[in-house]
Design a protein around this ligand. Structure first.
Ligand SMILES: *Cc1c(COP(=O)(O)O)cnc(C)c1O
Length: 400
């Protein structure tokens, strides 16, 4: 049997330990320990303490924005944003995004309206917006996807021309730039995630950035009364505070940003050359940015050219301990929460296509250049044997 080189058919897995997707950059133990000792000695766990205040200050400098408001996680940041912007009725957002973008609107009692994405950039298709706008729409949420950007300037001027607010889910875009301007300063506000899978991590965490003093004051009061500064009236409050431990870890992550960004970029380039000559697989280059965090190694699989389905490829890779992922799957418009939505009758063909063809490969602290080289060689071998391997696996699943 020629295919016995593959773990899915019984060979030893290429990697002894799983290679997950996700950034998972950790600071050195010495720095980690010192940061935690500081918290221990100060006896200050939360309520906008010195570590949280410091993180906000350095984020403002790094992103060149007036206000950075740190929060528990990106999802809560998006929920707070919907309240702070006093959104009503409906909000338009791209259908090709993480569920949290839409869920944040549902939590605020707003109906999400899904807009398809551009087949070339995979970002919100601005030309599609006109057909979705009615009197109930109060805003547009842009999403900056996969280390690329959704043309925030064009979206700003489009929204202004229609009298709508625009803000951004920039959870995946920390450190990216558009024409030399850092993401973080566009629209009414932007929301970042500091989840473990993102380039800046506070274990969990996030921040909202804005240049608008009034929105910032509202956000601080929605986050909680602690560290609110001036008290302004808000309709709802919550607990969206970032703990000192989160803030201390996120600060170390921020000081490592350039090193981690460069590491991501070199791994990305390694994938680019390693996958270049394999039929049916193409790595998605971040588009619409003058600088990217290269946080994602996402590929498009053309099943016919590759000779195997995307999902079977994932199964084959998983057996080798390469934990590749479908991304996003199912599409947010097809999740139980939204599949019966009234506006969801509008077809979203590009999103549907992407949900069925996208594959995320490991990129971040858990892989090195040699690993990426090996992953590419393996994918090349899988492609070479794709039809035979598919047949064998189908036969095997029939026997089982
Ligand atoms: C990660 C992510 C979020 C959610 O952020 P959390 O910090 O995990 O809550 C929202 N939107 C997008 C596009 C994301 O990638």
């Amino acid at each position: 049997m020629k295919n016995n080189q593959f773990a899915v058919l019984g060979a030893t897995a290429k990697f002894l330990e799983p290679r997950p997707v996700g950034q998972l950059y950790f600071p050195s133990w010495e720095r980690y320990e010192a940061a935690m000792r500081g918290i221990f000695e100060r006896r200050y766990y939360t309520n906008q303490g010195p570590a949280a205040q410091n993180l906000e200050k350095i984020l403002q400098q790094h992103l060149n924005v007036k206000h950075a408001i740190c929060v528990t996680n990106g999802t809560i940041g998006l929920m707070m944003a919907a309240e702070a912007l006093e959104l009503t009725g409906k909000v338009i957002l791209p259908s090709f995004t993480f569920v949290a973008s839409a869920q944040s609107l549902s939590w605020a009692g707003i109906e999400p309206v899904f807009c398809d994405v551009d087949p070339n950039t995979f970002q919100i298709d601005i030309d599609h917006l006109d057909s979705l706008i009615d009197d109930d729409v109060s805003a547009i949420m842009g999403v900056n996807l996969w280390g690329g950007a959704c043309d925030p300037k064009k979206l700003e001027s489009y929204a202004a021309s229609r009298g709508l607010k625009v803000y951004f889910d920039s959870a995946q875009a920390f450190g990216c730039e558009v024409d030399g301007k850092k993401i973080g300063g566009f629209g009414e506000l932007e929301v970042f995630s500091f989840h473990a899978t993102k380039i800046i991590s506070g274990t969990e965490g996030g921040c909202i950035t804005t240049n608008n003093d009034e929105i910032a004051a509202r956000l601080r009061n929605i986050r909680s009364g602690y560290g609110a500064g001036e008290v302004v009236e808000v309709v709802k409050t919550s607990n969206g505070r970032m703990s000192e431990a989160q803030a201390a870890i996120a600060s170390m992550s921020l000081s490592d940003f350039s090193i981690n960004q460069r590491n991501n970029e070199s791994l990305f380039r390694k994938y680019q050359s390693g996958l270049a000559n394999i039929p049916g697989i193409s790595l998605v280059e971040p588009k619409g940015v003058s600088a990217s965090n290269y946080q994602y190694g996402v590929c498009q699989i053309d099943e016919l050219k590759f000779g195997m389905t995307r999902d079977l490829l994932i199964t084959v890779l998983e057996a080798e301990n390469i934990i590749a992922r479908r991304y996003f799957y199912p599409g947010v418009h097809r999740t139980v929460q939204y599949k019966s939505l009234s506006d969801n009758r509008i077809p979203l063909p590009v999103t549907d296509m992407l949900c069925n063809t996208s594959l995320q490969l490991p990129l971040g602290a858990m892989v090195d250049a040699d690993d990426v080289g090996e992953i590419c060689n393996l994918i090349s071998n899988i492609q070479y044997s794709a039809s035979e391997l598919t047949a064998e696996l189908q036969a095997k699943s029939k026997c089982a």
